[in-house]
Design a binder for this molecule. Structure first.
Ligand code: NZQ
Ligand code: ZN
Length: 391
């Protein structure tokens, strides 16, 4: 295991009706002038924004609202939010929504207290300071409710990039599984896929002897395999949604990723798909992961074989571990299809003729030098081959 530090200061409040504590939590964590940031409408339609606003009023907090965050959130609204926060002297940002809303909130939080262009953070500068952010989560997926990360798409060029820093870890996150019961099955499944991707991206490591985190990841993946189909089949299944919600947080607050190298090639390759086609991030990952895994499998066949046996219940073929590894990848692909995720470019709405543009944006866009690195370092030719495996 490698040396590491781990700082996860988020205060979690989990369970039914917990959104009514938003006002008291904002106060407890020092907010007095609050920006409530939300998405395209689901949180308004469900009455959640009204309930959260009432709880802020009950604590005599001043607040402003900024809605309209799109999935795969854009830089334009971030600039608008930064201006609003500076103008109104906002001192706390309350994100009410999914990963997109939370990531947009984190970008605004960092940008408001930074003199330069907030995009600097998405071009590699680490976030050291930000306004405090709290969240009321409405979809189990991105894990942004416990992570130090934010992903934004720059409209000029449509580059989708991430930024990071402990300063943007939420001060508190309210996790009420009933809020996720209004999600359509496709969105639920996309979230499940993203959670599984966050686990796999950590499982694919070049660090040896990391049994504790290997076993934690396996436990969470087995939970997703059990609970995922139950939530997709019955949106009202509270227990399935509760287990998925907590698994989604643990999958990405990095408790499973400490002390080991991680991959993230699947995420980088997918981000170009959701940037170009505006598809759900999880749906893009469902098509991306089996292709990436198949392409890089030979780098460490035994790691994929271990996943096949421990996670997918395959029998180890000691004479031919590659066959076991392949079977594990196929079982993963079938699982994703069984919950309604796309299998290939056509089902995702992607086009083969766009592959050169995807590769260029991935390997050269926004200052990159021709490769992406993770479990394996991939150059432009590798990435083109991987995209072709998805066709
Ligand atoms: O905008 P509204 O109307 O709210 O609709 C949203 C949106 O259309 C809808 N939705 C959310 N909660 C709902 C609901 N509909 C009905 N009932 C509810 N309770 O779901 C759609 C998707 O929402 P979004 O926030 O985009 O989903 P998700 O949480 O999957 O976030 C995706 C974004 O997170 C990024 C992704 O790249 C993508 O941009 N990621 C962020 C990470 C992080 N910050 O750590 C890591 C991830 O790997 C990921 O890259
Ligand atoms: Zn993700």
């Amino acid at each position: 295991m490698e040396n590491f530090t781990f700082y996860s200061p988020t205060y979690f409040v989990f369970g039914r009706d917990t959104e009514n504590q938003a006002g008291s939590l904002v106060k407890r964590f020092g907010g007095s002038r609050v920006l409530i940031h939300y998405g395209g409408g689901s949180a308004v339609r469900s009455g959640l924004i009204d309930r959260v606003s009432s709880s802020l009023r009950a604590e005599c907090l001043d607040f402003f609202c900024l809605g309209g965050v799109k999935p795969n959130p854009r830089s334009g609204l971030v600039y608008e939010g930064i201006e609003l926060c500076r103008r109104e002297k906002v001192d706390f940002i309350l994100a009410v929504g999914g990963g997109s809303v939370i990531d947009s909130s984190k970008a605004i939080a960092a940008g408001t207290v930074y003199e330069g262009d907030f995009w600097d953070f998405y071009s590699g500068k680490r976030i050291e300071q930000a306004l405090p952010v709290g969240t009321v989560l409405t979809i189990s997926a991105a894990g942004s409710e416990g992570s130090p990360d934010s992903v934004i798409t720059k409209e000029d060029g449509m580059f989708k990039r991430g930024a990071s820093g402990d300063a943007i870890r939420p001060r508190f996150s309210i996790l009420n599984p009933t809020l996720t019961q209004t999600l359509p099955p496709y969105q639920t499944a996309a979230g499940i896929t993203d959670i599984m991707a966050h686990l796999y991206e950590r499982y694919l490591t070049n660090t040896k002897e990391v049994e504790v985190t290997d076993r934690m990841i396996e436990a969470l993946l087995l939970t997703m395999i059990h609970e995922g189909p139950r939530a997709v089949a019955d949106s009202g299944n509270y227990d399935a949604r509760a287990n998925i919600m907590w698994a989604g947080m643990m999958a990405h607050n990095n408790s499973c990723g400490v002390g080991r190298s991680q991959d993230w090639n699947s995420h980088n390759i997918e981000h170009e798909l959701s940037a170009l086609y505006d598809c759900a991030h999880g749906a893009g990952l469902a098509v991306t992961m089996p292709a990436v895994f198949t392409y890089v499998m030979k780098h460490d066949v035994m790691r994929f074989a271990q996943a096949a046996v421990r996670i997918w219940g395959c029998q180890m073929d000691f004479a031919n571990p590659e066959a076991t590894a392949r079977e594990g990848i196929e079982r993963f692909r079938s699982f994703l299809c069984s919950i309604g995720m796309p299998r290939n470019f056509a089902e995702l709405g992607a086009k083969e003729e766009d592959i050169p543009a995807l590769v260029n944006a991935l390997c050269r866009g926004d200052g990159r030098q021709g490769t992406i690195s993770g479990f394996v370092t991939l150059d432009e030719e590798d990435c083109a081959k991987i995209y072709r495996l998805m066709v």
